[in-house]
Design a protein around this ligand. Structure first.
Ligand SMILES: C[S@@+](CC[C@H](N)C(=O)[O-])C[C@H]1O[C@@H](n2cnc3c(N)ncnc32)[C@H](O)[C@@H]1O
Length: 260
């Protein structure tokens, strides 16, 4: 990995393993992966569902194209991908045993509609297992990056990008899931670090790809952008260990069930 940006799969390797265990895909399960991105979790589910299947859905066409390429390269025949907005996607009713998501459920404008659609796609007693971020303040990566980016003051016109913390509050999540028809909502506190790259340069390349970082660096005048970049570099260097750059993080594994 030296010199390369981490990539989302590398960043989330610890969370991935916990989600895999919590989901506990069985051989004959039909699995829906919500906001599947390039599909690592979908492929993983398909490998476990040897007599079942996995469907990944994501609103991003490039992500779905890449997900299909990767599944083909893996020789998987029980995995499919569809491009679509989960909030309005025409899922077949009562078709899936399990819905999973690795940080793909925090960006819905209408979360009740989205989880309602997922619930209707699940069989009675079907399960939802998803991992979502806890509050920004509990996430060292979010605090450190925000501090560095905000050090020059507000940057006019810089878009914040999608908010990954909309499902941080358990009572809000419980309310959303109950309104969407789920029951048995439970939260597991996940305290695993996230990986940003093999060295500081790789980690900086990864952070520069984040929407807000790119916006701030592009809109600041060059000297200020250089100072922000230096601050980012220092924040990353402070977290460099023998095996790369790691930040602490806090997430929830949320599980729920469609009534049987
Ligand atoms: C943080 S990424 C996680 C991707 C993937 N689950 C993973 O772990 O690699 C969030 C994903 O949610 C997708 N997404 C956001 N809103 C969506 C929606 N309304 N319907 C479907 N996918 C959505 C994004 O396109 C993005 O791929």
């Amino acid at each position: 990995m030296t010199g390369l940006a981490a990539g989302y799969d590398a960043e989330l390797r610890r969370h991935n393993e916990l989600l895999r265990r919590a989901a506990g895909v069985r051989p004959d399960d039909h699995v829906l992966d919500i906001g599947c991105g390039t599909g690592q979790t979908t492929r993983q589910a398909a490998r476990a569902a040897t007599a079942g299947s996995a469907l990944g859905v994501d609103v991003s066409a490039p992500a779905i194209t890449r997900a299909r390429e990767l599944a083909r390269a893996d020789g998987l025949h029980n995995v499919t991908f569809e491009q679509g907005d989960v909030q309005v996607h025409p899922f077949p009713p009562e078709c899936f045993d399990l819905a999973i998501s690795r940080f793909g459920t925090m960006f819905f404008a209408d979360p009740v509609a989205a989880f309602g659609a997922v619930g209707r796609a699940l069989r009675p007693a079907g399960r939802l297992v998803m991992v979502v971020w806890q509050a920004a303040e509990r996430n060292e990566w979010a605090v450190a990056i925000r501090r560095a980016l905000d050090a020059e003051g507000p940057v006019a016109g810089a878009a914040a990008g999608p908010d990954p913390f909309t499902l941080a509050d358990p009572s809000t999540v419980r309310e959303i899931l109950h309104a969407a028809g789920f029951s048995g909502v439970a939260f597991d506190d996940v305290r695993e670090p996230v990986y940003y790259g093999a060295d500081v340069n790789a980690a900086l390349a990864w952070v520069r790809g984040f929407t807000r970082t790119a916006e701030v660096l592009q809109r600041l005048e060059p000297a200020a952008a250089a100072r922000v970049e230096e601050r980012l570099r220092r924040a990353l260097a402070e977290r460099l260990r023998d095996d790369g750059v790691w930040f602490t993080s806090r997430a929830w594994i949320v599980s729920a069930r469609r009534p049987g």
